[in-house]
Design a protein around this ligand. Sequence first.
Ligand code: PEP
Ligand code: MN
Length: 340
Amino acid sequence: MIIVLKANVSDEDIAVVEGKVTEFGYEPRVVQGVERTIIAAVGDEVTHKSLETLQNMPMIDRVVPIQKRYKLVSREFHRAPTSFNVGKNKIGDGNFMMIAGPCSVESREQLETVTKDIIASGVTVLRGGAYKPRTSPYDFQGLREEGLELLQEMKDTYGVSIVTEILGAPHVEKVAAVADVLQIGARNCQNYHLLEVVAGAGRTVLLKRGMSVTVQEWLSAAEYLLVHGCEDVILCERGIRTFEPATRSTLDLSAVAVAKKETHLPVIVDPSHAAGKADLVLPLSKAAIAVGADGLIVETHPNPSEASSDATQQIPSGSFDQFMSELQPFIDICFENRAK
Ligand code: PEP
Ligand code: MN
């Protein structure tokens, strides 16, 4: 950290700040300029206390952190891209993962139709919410335990891997018993207690970016998972809140490019929640792949207009094979180029 002192501070003032820096566990190095003095505090900013609390001292102008507040997720710490398996599918380091399924698990018939449709399109990672985070308490809240049972049934019958959302710490055990991937939704991105508990479940975690969370905050949330023992983390950009009403959220593709630079973890995109409209999902998916995403999570339903949640954004599962056949050449070209 760099501490910039105010103009014309006395030698006593400098000594006081040096003392504080030492007290916080850093080694102070004083650099005296013509008008200003700065003190470089040498030490590991991640494990030491932040010196930003010194900001209020009368002789200090500002404190500038140099190191990032996340370490385990950063490429500085771990250069090679991370890859791991979800069931038989690999993600990261040149391996693309497609996840598809309905917003909510609604019935056996609905889930079975989608499962067969995505498998016919070459996709074997099924998403589906059993516990749904809904803005209104009067909206469909998910089939909950019954939904988990249906997901388990699809896993047993069709061999698909399961991605499903976890809403609260008390559900971890029963959701982790079914899920290959525990999804932390946008609304829980900064629920640090939940992150800690989920990290200990022994499952891959898909961490969605909150709709008003910066990239740095998103990566710091992922750091919670790694610090608490979860190594297989997938980051997911799903759109942020902006002034633009033409789409449900604004898909922040810059954040994907930034995250890919900053972290070794796989980064995927959810174009469905970003767009809020089914016909935008294909172009946004292509854009996501072009910018460097390691995968996609897309909502699809046998009969979107009758869906219990997110009706406008789900692709009819009967035409999911068409969606995939339009996307696949694009995936192939982008991934071939990345391998070069
Ligand atoms: C979902 O995946 O259905 C969902 C609720 O997503 P998000 O948390 O991104 O809103
Ligand atoms: Mn949804």
